[in-house]
Design a protein around this ligand. Structure first.
Ligand code: BG6
Length: 451
């Protein structure tokens, strides 16, 4: 059966920067053979030719390393349908242009998810269709529940993909290999041996023209509610029976249910917003001076919170989640800090405990350990046992699109996970909105407000 993507919002940044380049890579690696096309639906007064010109341009900018012939094979399979994605008649007209079972991709601002799904529910989808919803999935738990209700009216859960591209990153997938294909880690993967877990996504990028979306989302909704909590779920979950759509989302949902937001939001969270500064030689203006930002929204560009996982395995271990924009350095990392040894037979030594670092970009794993030193064999020195991964052939979005076409929801967020993640961040969002936690400023290019 031929499948085609119907991309609602197909002229947006996500489509141009990630979806089209990833599809081209799937052609290039031979995963797709060229039967699969893409119909973009958007409001522009364009025809197929104008859309293809736009796409050609985006592909040159974001997949320029691929042969032009490969990019052109994709461009030839692109079509455009002018329409309002929240209008049932326009959606019906778009869907009738397709053969086969559609994969309907909501590459839209999250504020449009509800009206679009309402319109889609009115039109109905053919048997075998799939729907893909980007993040953030809703604005709070009630909104996520309403989106889930709408989706379930349209399709069964197995045909619904809630995208979180972090799940398809190499190191994130490697958490599974590391934990469950080795004998050495799992026995110490618990509160008896682990002192603290840090999950960090620091970025040097600022707003990058995304005010329309970001100023209404902020760091907590943009990164913590989805990406960072998904990383936590993979690190903290119980072993799944199999890495498949039946087991993996279930184990992640279980552990998310056990996550408790900070009891005292003031002590357990930090929110910040960047001011003008220089990041890696690039001058950034104040966040609030960026086009489209409303200073009264008090949107945070930095979010930090410490949660606990109230279950047998993790009782008492703090999980610190942190993300920020316009920071001094890019760092995406999960670090697992172990407890000190129960007895140290080296006099006067005070070594740091072991730390396991899983870095997401570049993909690498490092274990910091204490070994006997070269100068004095009875001294301890810090050594790092490190491995750098050969990059996967497909980038995260490429892998996700492949999974979508295969109909495999292993790397998708389930309905329960989406709602649980909102339950965790909601008290923090509420306390922040009520002004209980001060919005701290940090200069762009600094280490952030918590430093
Ligand atoms: C996106 C966020 O989902 O993830 C961005 O909306 C963020 O704000 C990005 O920059 C980080 O992902 P990646 O894949 O670029 O590390």
């Amino acid at each position: 059966m031929t499948r085609s993507f119907v991309v609602l919002g197909g002229t947006g940044d996500l489509t141009g920067r990630l979806l089209l380049p990833s599809l081209a890579r799937l052609y290039d690696t031979g995963v797709l053979h060229g039967g699969e096309g893409l119909l973009a639906v958007a409001r522009e007064e364009w025809d197929d030719g104008a859309y293809r010109d736009w796409a050609r341009n985006r592909l040159a900018a974001h997949a320029g390393e691929l042969p032009e012939s490969t990019r052109e094979r994709l461009v030839d399979r692109l079509a455009f349908c002018r329409g309002d994605v929240t209008d049932p008649d326009d959606l019906r007209a778009a869907l009738t242009r397709l053969d086969g079972e559609p994969v309907v991709y909501l590459a839209l601002p999250h504020t449009l998810f509800r009206p679009t799904l309402t319109a889609l529910a009115e039109v109905g989808l053919p048997e075998g269709a799939r729907v893909v919803v980007e993040k953030p999935f809703g604005t709070d738990q009630a909104d996520a529940r309403a989106l889930n209700d709408l989706l379930h009216r349209l399709l069964p859960e197995e045909a619904i993909f809630r995208v979180d591209h972090f799940l398809a990153k190499q190191t994130v997938l490697n958490i599974l290999g590391l934990r469950f294909a080795n004998r050495v880690f799992e026995p110490v993967w618990n509160a008896a041996h682990v002192e603290q877990v840090d999950i960090v996504a620091d970025e040097t990028l600022g707003l990058e023209g995304r005010a329309g979306y970001y100023d209404r989302a902020g760091a907590l909704r943009d990164m913590v509610q989805n990406h960072l909590l998904q990383l936590l779920a993979l690190v903290a979950m119980e072993p799944p029976l199999a890495v498949d759509a039946h087991s993996l989302p279930g184990r992640k949902a279980d552990v998310l249910r056990a996550v408790r937001p900070p009891a005292d939001v003031r002590a357990g969270s930090v929110r910040g917003r960047y001011t003008a500064g220089t990041v890696a030689g690039r001058a950034l203006p104040d966040y609030v001076a960026e086009d489209g930002v409303d200073p009264d929204r008090e949107t945070e560009t930095y979010a930090e919170l410490t949660v606990t996982v109230d279950n047998w395995r993790w009782a008492g271990v703090p999980f610190r989640l942190r993300t920020g924009k316009a920071l001094a350095a890019d760092r995406q990392e999960i670090s697992i800090r172990f407890r000190p040894v129960p007895h140290l037979p080296f006099l006067d030594a005070e070594p740091e405990p072991d730390v396991l670092r899983l870095s997401l970009s570049p993909d690498a794993i490092a274990l910091e350990v204490n070994l006997n030193g070269a100068r004095d064999p009875f001294d301890l020195e810090r050594e790092v046992l490190a491995a750098r991964m050969t990059p996967h052939e497909l980038p995260a979005y490429g892998l996700l699109l492949r999974e979508l076409l295969d109909g495999d929801t292993t790397l998708s967020i389930s309905d329960v996970e989406a709602e649980e993640s909102w339950r965790i961040v909601e008290p923090v969002l509420a306390a922040w909105a009520a002004g209980e936690v001060p919005l701290r400023e940090y200069p762009a290019g600094s280490a952030g407000p918590a430093a």
